[in-house]
Design a protein around this ligand. Structure first.
Ligand SMILES: [Zn+2]
Ligand SMILES: [Zn+2]
Length: 208
């Protein structure tokens, strides 16, 4: 598995292109913006984009979804409890972030525990409500794409109308901190970290 990071837009959102080196089959996590660097990287590496997967539907994570979908003819995956936010430009705040309304109809609704095969990679969908009701983390064996649920030394904001502080703490303790400690975590903003590090040092949620 190879992971390429693109930092997108004013919110410094992390978009990841992930691919199976053997088959060239790939997926994009959270295209917060679409630019020529992203398109060139995918073309130069001859990647076969299977889908675009969204950790949640906030505007900073979805600004490039429509262009990426069109360019790579790729379906959009999101958790079922996040679909209404993806469809609603007020709820996803795209109008405030991009000055335009983004309303996207997802192609596939994900649920907790579901496993998706991409080439020789297996992705497990972990529903982690809190920052947003349909937040997911994507677990791919040795790595976790944590969206805005878990950051290095921090956790996602819970001051949005549909957020819940209680839920994000429960999600992290019960569903994320129970993963192997050496799992590398790639968040929606900021540097990567590990489960073991966060369990010991995260100021907001420590392991019990
Ligand atoms: Zn967010
Ligand atoms: Zn974000």
């Amino acid at each position: 598995m190879k992971i390429k990071l693109f930092i997108m837009g004013a919110y410094q959102e992390n978009c990841y292109v992930v691919f199976c080196e053997k088959t060239g089959k790939a997926f994009i996590v959270d295209p917060g913006y679409f630019n020529v660097q992203l398109a060139d990287y995918i073309e130069e590496n001859k990647l076969d984009i299977q889908f675009i997967i969204l950790t949640h539907a906030h505007g900073d994570h979805i600004g490039g979804v429509e262009e990426a979908k069109q360019k790579f003819d790729a379906p959009v995956y999101i958790h079922k409890e996040e679909a209404s936010i993806l469809r609603n430009a007020e709820k996803n705040a795209s109008i405030h972030i991009w000055g335009r309304k983004i309303s996207i109809e997802p192609d596939r609704l994900l649920k907790d525990g579901e496993v998706i095969e991409v080439g020789e990679m297996n992705l497990k969908i972990i529903h982690t409500p809190g920052h947003s009701p349909g937040c997911i983390c994507i677990y791919a064996g040795t790595v976790l794409f944590s969206g805005d649920t878990l950051f290095a030394d921090s956790i996602g904001r819970t001051d949005f109308p549909e957020s819940s502080t209680e839920a994000i703490i429960k999600s992290i303790k019960e569903k994320i901190y129970t993963l192997p400690e050496d799992t590398q975590v790639f968040p929606g903003h900021g540097p990567s970290t590990t489960i073991g590090y966060e369990k010991k040092h995260n100021y907001f949620v420590r392991a019990d």
